[in-house]
Design a protein around this ligand. Structure first.
Ligand code: BG6
Length: 481
């Protein structure tokens, strides 16, 4: 695909646009990575003109980028790329004015970050205005439905105008450096692969914790809950990258083919297993980093059974992962903001060290806030060992920030926006992946509904209810804290 020369940003005045998209595009512009002719056309319902949209963009840069990252000349030339067309996306009429702003409709990238209720009419409008040309590409931001049926409806509406090869479904976790680094770690080193299976690995943990609460997103979040907000997308993508077979090439088909096989191999957690394989929690009042914070229901100001924490025990039913549990947990108002993957290797088959306790190797992949890869290994404690040799687990650590101190870290959306305008699909989620993800998630939700599994309370500042600890301890495994 040739690079786009127009980028249409739907939802251009919204929070995601101001916090992430505009600063990311500016970062790319500042480094000369955008096509010189690329024009960025913002659109939303607000009746702004191009001048006031540029002011909004300038303010977004001021708020979200350090002063030394936005030299005035670069800001000025970036703002020159911007235009704005107000649009009521629920009516097709306005799309002609939008199309008039777009140069070559076949060199067009479209970014939809709008309410899902507007997807259908937006696609119809784009198509009627001639903006669904064969070279156009369309990025879709979550939520892409709230279950398999609604996700299919969106995918069908989009497919009516754009073929899959032009659709870029965003999961911003795939734009994160350390997430892509999983591919490098697994498939750029010979070290791990021979052990990367049920023979070498005892369990895998994936934790994504946030200290924030509802953040005023009650309307969206209360309808979704942690399972659909975080597990359906980000965590299942992480799981797929950890569990997939080595793709033959780093290309969109090869990588996504391998991911979808994993997602389809997830063992369903149905009504029979939900009580033993899942935990739902909801935070009450507590303290985060020493500061008191209110509970979910106080923030929401109405009763709710939405989970703000979920822990799961998953299995990938294939040869490689036979019997290896994948423990997943994610929550709001937990003690720390952290995303990490822990690969727990098995014990050595025989210890020659007598009573000296051996700890099995553990690979700790920290995605955020620190980007780190650490391998916990056994080493001898220095000394003369008159009472026998002593061993201790010590880390073999790669701090990515230090190892790559000379390289500027990009935010996830920089990578994704650049891939979108250049037409590279590898880091975007294919339809069959999303549908496999929803299939697995829907079964869990159906199980919760069938068994009437209510949320268990946890005080803000804890890693979910006590049942989350029991979920792994029952198997003799502890969460990595
Ligand atoms: C979003 C969720 O997809 O991811 C949010 O809707 C969550 O609820 C966010 O806070 C987390 O993203 P990150 O990049 O901060 O880990």
């Amino acid at each position: 695909m040739t690079a786009a020369t127009s980028l249409l940003l739907f939802g251009a005045t919204g929070d995601l646009s101001r916090r992430m998209l505009i600063p990311s595009l500016f970062g790319l512009h500042g480094d000369g990575l955008l096509h010189p002719d690329l024009r960025i056309i913002g659109t939303a319902r607000s009746t702004l003109d191009s001048g006031s949209f540029r002011e909004l963009a300038a303010k977004a840069l001021e708020q979200h980028l350090e002063a030394d990252r936005r030299p005035p000349a670069a800001v000025a030339s970036f703002l020159d790329r911007l235009a704005y067309v107000p649009l009521d996306a629920s009516r097709t009429e306005g799309f002609a004015a939008l199309a008039a702003e777009v140069g070559d409709p076949c060199r067009l990238a479209i970014f939809l970050s709008t309410a899902p209720s507007l997807f259908g009419s937006t696609i119809a409008g784009l198509s009627s205005a001639g903006l669904a040309c064969a070279g156009a590409r369309l990025a879709l931001e979550k939520p892409l439905g709230h279950d398999l049926a609604s996700s299919r409806a969106i995918n069908d509406a989009v497919a009516a105008a754009y073929p899959e090869s032009q659709i870029f479904r965003i999961d911003h976790y795939l734009g994160k450096e350390t997430v892509q680094n999983l591919l490098a770690l697994r498939f750029g080193n010979i070290l791990f692969e021979p052990l990367w299976n049920a023979t070498g690995i005892q369990s895998v943990q994936i934790s994504v914790g946030e200290t924030v609460g509802l953040e005023g997103r009650g309307d969206y979040y209360d309808g979704m809950g942690a399972l659909r907000d975080m597990v359906q997308n980000h965590m299942l993508q992480l799981l797929a990258l950890v569990a997939m077979e080595p793709p033959a090439r780093l290309d969109p088909a090869a990588v996504r083919d391998e991911k979808v096989k994993v997602l389809r191999s997830l063992r369903p957690i149905t009504a029979r297993e939900v009580e033993s394989h899942s935990v739902r929690g909801q935070y009450g009042a507590g303290a985060i980093l020493g500061q008191p914070v209110p509970g979910y229901l106080d923030e929401l100001a109405k009763p709710s059974d939405t989970e703000t924490f979920v822990a799961l025990k998953a299995h990938v039913d294939n040869w490689r992962w036979k019997g290896v549990p994948f423990y997943l947990r994610t929550g709001k108002r937990v003690p720390e903001r952290v995303s990490e993957i822990i690969v727990q290797f098995r014990d050595v088959p025989h210890s020659m060290f007598g009573d000296a306790a051996l700890k099995a190797n553990k690979l700790i992949i920290s995605i955020q806030p620190d980007e780190n890869v650490g391998l916990q290994m056994m080493a001898k404690v220095p000394g003369l060992d008159r009472d026998g040799l002593k061993l201790r687990a010590v880390p073999l650590d790669i701090g990515m920030t230090n190892a790559f101190a000379d390289v500027r870290r990009r935010i996830a959306y920089e990578r994704l926006m650049l891939d979108l305008v250049e037409g590279r699909q590898t880091l975007f989620v294919r339809r069959d992946e999303v549908e496999a993800q929803w299939t697995w998630i829907d079964a869990i939700r159906a199980g919760w509904a069938q068994t009437g599994m209510a949320v268990k309370p946890y005080a803000a500042g804890n890693w979910g209810p006590a049942a989350a600890i029991a979920l792994t301890e029952r198997d003799g495994v502890s969460w990595h804290d």
